[in-house]
Design a protein around this ligand. Structure first.
Ligand code: SAM
Length: 283
């Protein structure tokens, strides 16, 4: 008998992965947490039936959400990660010697525990001495922060369920307030392809543009995410993702990556015409 994990993108399109075994499953206070083993994508985490990260392609997402802002903000030392319970963002951040403090604000301790137990390839760096985990709602945590952080990375679930509040104007306005005068916020910015995803992306983009003077969008190809075409938001008080990018200084750090390159850094901000149009509609 074959077992398949499917994520439905629309009533007429879904993505399915054949599964060897279900490794873990629980219903936490916030969401259903499942971990599976699969022949094609390796071990993967799903929350409320939505794919979060797979062993095979999580490096793409985690490299792109971390190295793009870290290559622009060369003095980023105090960093806030909101969401990110699988640990992949932290794994990429601790590769920078200059990083002094990482605050991870994750609403669900059971996600962290499950990933520590079963997803060591992403959660294996959460015990780094620079990391402090706060188990609370990022929407509430950010209200208390004023000019605290150099970089905020919003690595949330999608804009429904516990993640809904992390796509609001109030949240983005408070992220602006929580950043230092040259601070940067990067967020997972959903996908432009399917109608519902595109509407969610436009809604988030409109609210970010209203909160930050500089707001650009970049892209990556993530096979296990909706349509494979994924976007990231780069919002900033002062630093521009391309004008203030110095490839040589990032290369001098000698950080080995499998997806991010300094050439791709420039290229990923070049978006398809239909995506530019979707963004222009709400700017
Ligand atoms: N990379 C994945 C993606 O792009 O879909 C998401 C990674 S991570 C698993 C998402 C995390 O956000 C989850 O662990 C979830 O518990 C957390 N989360 C959702 N809503 C939150 C909130 N309001 N405050 C803090 N963490 C939240």
């Amino acid at each position: 008998m074959e077992l398949w994990f499917s994520e439905r993108y629309t009533p007429n399109a879904q993505f399915s992965i054949r599964v060897d075994k279900q490794i873990f499953s629980t219903q936490s206070e916030f969401q259903r947490i499942d971990i599976f083993d699969s022949p094609e994508f390796g071990r993967f985490l799903a929350l409320d039936g939505y794919l979060m990260c797979t062993e095979k392609d999580e490096f793409i997402y985690h490299e792109m959400i971390v190295h793009v802002p870290m290559a622009v903000h060369k003095n980023a030392r105090k960093i806030l990660v909101i969401g990110g319970g699988d640990g992949g963002v932290v794994r990429e951040l601790v590769r920078y010697d200059r990083v002094e403090t990482i605050h991870l604000v994750e609403i669900d301790p059971e996600v962290v525990q499950a990933c520590k137990n079963y997803m060591p390839f992403t959660a294996g760096w959460l015990n780094d001495p620079r990391v402090t985990i706060f188990y609370e709602d990022g929407l509430k945590y950010i209200r208390r922060q004023v000019e605290e952080y150099d970089l905020i990375i919003v690595d949330s679930t999608d804009p429904f369920g516990p993640g809904e509040g992390l796509f609001t104007k109030e949240f983005y306005g408070n992220c602006f307030k929580a950043l230092k005068e040259d601070g940067v916020m990067v967020n997972q910015h959903e996908s432009p392809f399917y109608e519902n995803d595109a509407v969610a992306m436009q809604r988030a983009h409109k609210r970010i543009v209203q909160s930050f003077p500089i707001s650009r969008v970049y892209q990556a190809h993530i096979p296990s995410y909706s349509s494979g075409h994924w976007l990231f938001g780069f919002a900033s008080k002062k630093l521009h993702p391309l004008r203030d990018f110095d490839p040589e200084s990032w290369k001098a750090l000698n950080i080995k990556t499998r997806y991010y390159t300094t050439v791709l850094h420039t290229g990923c901000f070049a978006l398809p015409a239909y995506v530019e149009e979707l963004l222009r509609e709400v700017e």
